[in-house]
Design a protein around this ligand. Structure first.
Ligand SMILES: [Zn+2]
Length: 927
């Protein structure tokens, strides 16, 4: 039937009546599942999904999905579903205690609760990414999945230990967003069960729950008729199916099965109002939710309806210039909503909401233009065509997601080819009239929730329900001007470029790179790959950035790229440019950072010429746009106001300032700083930064046709002017300061502390040292997790990170961060320092060093076939003036790293004489 439909529309015969006839047939026609998917169900009800995919090669991703989430908990069980997820990493039948994580980490798989698993309201999902070319590892992977399905040990002593970790996780999650969820979910899901089943659970249950109670929940709900195994990767499908049948067929459902109710949030048909008052809130927010039931997508008609909404969402977003003021969102329990959201300074809410609603009214009453619809259709089809081109180069991690949704929600997974085909058939037939009607439906007046948010301090500014209603009604009394959809038919560039020449070409054979020098002195590196079928990534950079300007110009300099980038280029302002580029895949973003400036972006083979033309325009023909500048600055001020009083933000502001040596450029963001951005000065700085082509190195990675690219480079980049200034970054002394520094920030009343310990100093920057320094941080992260989380049960996450820099100075910063109870801060800080001392005295354990090496090797293997990895890698080699072929020496260098050499590096560089200690405490502690 699909074929017939396509056939008819192909001929375009009296399209209207025929396509209407077809539409009624479409309504009931079920979508066909992805033909490349092998799906089946065992007699015990266990479902499996298998799909072969060779991106990445020799790897496989497995999910065990269980429809056992927090929604199934009774009041006395709140938190158990998530507790079981944690317990699954504390030993199973075939992998007792911590053998599971030890075993996998030695194979380079980062492993642990909440790293490879997540618990939601309706489900718990376990994930395992594995090499697929090692039969033993693969077989053990399946065994782990089988163990998780029904054979977790759930031992009493482990329950006691893990209890503390989960209580710390609850502490870690404390904060405004948690408080908002607790209050808002019951409200907007109309007192549904979702409102009282946040997966983290209640403190009371977490403190008291017994191993027996946990086992009971496990027995009731971890059963084959609620579970599925999903396997996507470089595997043999028949073989995998055989093994799944052998391994999972004997899983048993309980004799007396509990009913697995599917809980839904119901609509009431009424309008509601809620206030959310929170000390961490800054400005005033008003959110309006226009709710409806979310349909499952199983038929062509469902798919078409979702497509319609998608197109409308993009048209709305484009009217709001991409600002997230109105959009479609998903709510818990099968609801969706059209959400209108404004955040302002306290006294400006009325004006802001009215202006947003006026735009909405314009869309509702005047409708959209055919041009607008055509553009989003074109863009959508372009997106589908791109996905289709990369179909056989799409990562297993991406392909597996729709299968998971099929199992959990019932939405048909039709695959990339299916979606491509379907959207090609459906899109031409979508009319402006349908879109306009849908817009009208979105702004309906029932099932409308109004949520207003502020701090106690600003409570007086919160409008009540009637006031907001009055504002909206008032908008309908105003005069409405027409929407102007201006699209000019001009060339992008004002002036045709005069091409330069390629003056030298050098082959770096080992790395497969061509190094090209242009006649204006610009360097271009081309790395041709076949990792994706049609992707070209690029980045161009030059030394200097905002460091070259005095402090007085800093705000204009550091924001120049955003301010001028928002103005468009060549003959077009940003809005016109967006329209001009519809249907083309072209991204060009200028940046000016503290030490570097340049461009990055991406495109396809076909669009490379227009991408380079735009790049030329951004270099040579930038624009200044007062309106775009004002919108940008005002929007940033609103965002700043909404961030307000948040205690962790206040702490991070202090941390940045202290770690930045109290430099004036490291001050927290303020409205004054935003006011200091001068449009004229930003424009001058932008032009100056991009006036010397000889300062730039551009890197292009992807499926490049090198010979076809060369004349384009000569035309669009070789034509740019050069000044041969040889600028380099200016050292402003923005380093972590030497000496012992302690600073405590006391804020808020949450019983949660955050700690940052930063060791820093000079470093002999060379290849081996960079690997050893990274080993120190990665191994510390493993041992601190083991100690602070697993043994002490005193934190949820312990992090250690190494930052290395070569310019302007050779330096390192090792930072350790964690959250914990205020009363445990001193103890944990002492433990971290002991662990660092151990590293200096005896180095890492052999086992942990092996885990570090295994993880790095996996990173190298997957990175070697990834465009993003190569671009990032080459950029950092260029920035640090290191050899571009160093990648190929990494494996040998990694093998050469020993316990002794890591220990020696730690002893040499890391000293508690240069240690910054930053601590966030509540205002009144119970010490
Ligand atoms: Zn957790």
């Amino acid at each position: 039937m699909l074929f017939k439909y396509r056939f008819l529309s192909f001929f375009g015969l009296v399209a209207l009546c025929i396509s209407l006839a077809c539409k009624t047939q479409l309504d009931t026609q079920p979508l066909l599942a992805d033909p490349e998917l092998r799906m089946g169900k065992l007699p015990n009800g266990f479902t499996y999904y298998i799909r072969k995919n060779k991106t990445p090669e020799k790897r496989v991703t497995m999910y065990l999905a269980s429809k056992a989430g927090s929604i199934l908990e009774t009041d006395q069980q709140r938190g158990i579903a998530h507790f079981i997820e944690h317990m699954s990493f504390n030993g199973t039948r075939h992998f007792p205690k911590k053998e599971l994580s030890n075993y996998l980490e030695k194979s380079g798989v980062r492993f642990g609760a909440d790293i490879n698993a997540s618990t939601g309201f309706d489900e718990t999902v376990y994930q395992l990414p594995l090499p697929s070319d090692q039969p033993l590892l693969l077989a053990n992977g399946l065994q782990i999945m089988r163990d998780w399905a029904q054979d977790a040990n759930l031992q009493a002593e482990d329950v006691e230990r893990e209890r503390h970790v989960i209580l710390e996780e609850k502490r870690y999650r404390q904060g405004m967003s948690q408080r908002y969820q607790e209050q808002s979910i019951p409200f907007y899901t109309n007192k549904s069960r979702y409102g009282t089943r946040l997966p983290i659970g209640t403190e009371e249950v977490l403190r008291k729950v017994t191993p027996e109670e946990i086992r009971q929940f496990y027995k009731d709900w971890y059963r084959p008729n609620l579970q599925a195994l999903l396997v996507v990767g470089d595997i043999d499908v028949d073989q995998m199916e055989k093994e799944i049948k052998a391994k999972f067929s004997d899983l048993r459902n309980p004799d007396k099965e509990k009913e697995r109710t599917v809980y839904r949030s119901e609509l009431s048909g009424k309008n509601q109002y809620m206030q959310f008052i929170d000390p961490d809130l800054g400005g005033v927010s008003v959110e309006i939710l226009l709710k409806e039931q979310a349909p499952m997508i199983t038929t062509t008609a469902d798919y078409r309806a979702s497509l319609l909404k998608n197109l409308l969402g993009q048209m709305i977003s484009s009217r709001f210039r991409g600002l997230p003021l109105a959009s479609f969102i998903t709510l818990e329990g099968g609801l969706t909503a059209f959400s209108v959201n404004v955040t302002t300074k306290p006294a400006e809410t009325e004006h802001a909401l009215k202006s947003v609603w006026l735009e909405l009214r314009r869309m509702q009453e005047q409708g959209f233009t055919q041009g607008e619809l055509d553009r989003v259709k074109k863009a959508y089809q372009q997106k589908m065509a791109d996905a289709m081109k990369e179909k056989n180069k799409t990562a297993s991690e991406v392909l597996i997601k729709p299968y998971l949704q099929h199992f959990l929600k019932g939405n048909t997974a039709i695959g990339i080819a299916g979606e491509y085909q379907l959207s090609r058939e459906l899109i031409p037939d979508i009319s402006l009239d349908e879109i306009n009607k849908l817009m009208d439906v979105c702004l309906k007046s029932k099932d409308r929730d109004l949520i207003v948010k502020a701090s106690e301090h600003n409570k007086a500014f919160l409008p009540d329900e009637g006031t907001v209603q009055g504002w909206i009604e008032n908008v309908y009394a105003q005069n409405l001007t027409d929407f102007e959809d201006d699209l000019q038919d001009l060339s992008l560039l004002k002036k045709e470029p005069v091409p330069g020449k390629i003056s030298a070409v050098e082959e770096l054979k080992v790395a497969g790179i061509q190094k090209i020098t242009l006649s204006n002195g610009m360097t271009v590196l081309l790395k041709k790959t076949d990792f994706q079928n049609d992707q070209i990534l690029f980045k161009g950079l030059a030394s200097g950035g905002a460091s070259l300007y005095p402090d007085a110009d800093y705000e204009s300099a550091i924001n120049a790229a955003s301010v001028i980038g928002a103005a468009g280029a060549g003959n077009y302002n940003a809005l016109q440019l967006g329209k001009f580029m519809v249907g083309k895949k072209v991204q060009v973003n200028p940046f000016i950072l503290d030490q570097y400036h340049g461009f990055d972006g991406n495109t396809t083979t076909e669009d490379l010429p227009v991408m380079l033309e735009l790049l030329h325009a951004c270099f040579a023909e930038p624009r200044k746009d007062q309106e775009a500048y004002t919108i940008l600055v005002e929007r940033s001020k609103e965002e700043l106001a909404s961030l307000g009083n948040d205690r962790s933000r206040t702490f991070m502001d202090t941390a940045n300032l202290v770690l930045g040596n109290n430099h004036v450029r490291k001050r927290p963001q303020t409205a004054e700083r935003l006011n200091a951005i001068r449009l004229d000065r930003a424009f001058e700085i932008y032009k100056e930064r991009f006036s010397d082509a000889s300062a730039f190195t551009f890197l292009f990675v992807g499926n490049l046709d090198v010979e076809r690219v060369k004349p384009l480079l000569e035309k669009y980049l070789g034509s740019l002017p050069s000044r041969h200034l040889h600028e380099t970054v200016r050292d402003l002394g923005i380093n972590v300061p030497p000496g012992r520094i302690s600073k405590t920030v006391c804020k808020g009343t949450e019983q949660k502390s955050s700690v940052i310990l930063a060791y820093s100093g000079a470093l002999d920057y060379n290849f081996e040292n960079t690997i050893k320094m990274n080993a120190i941080a990665d191994v510390l992260k493993i041992s601190l997790t083991d100690l602070l989380r697993d043994k002490e049960g005193a934190t949820y996450v312990a992090n250690a990170q190494m930052t290395l820099s070569k310019y302007p100075k050779n330096r390192f910063v090792l930072s350790v961060t964690f959250d914990c109870a205020p009363q445990n801060v001193d103890k944990l800080v002492a433990l971290v320092q002991e662990e660092v001392d151990k590293m200096k005295q005896s180095g890492p354990s052999v086992e942990n060093l092996q885990k570090f090496k295994a993880a790095r090797k996996v990173g190298l293997e997957t990175g070697a076939k990834n465009n993003e990895f190569w671009l990032g890698y080459l950029v950092s080699q260029v920035m640090n003036k290191e050899p571009l072929t160093q990648f190929y020496d990494y494996d040998a260098a990694l093998n050469g790293i020993t316990v002794k050499s890591v220990q020696a590096a730690a002893a040499k560089y890391i000293s508690d004489k240069n240690l910054v200690k930053l601590i966030l405490m509540p205002e009144k502690t119970k010490h």
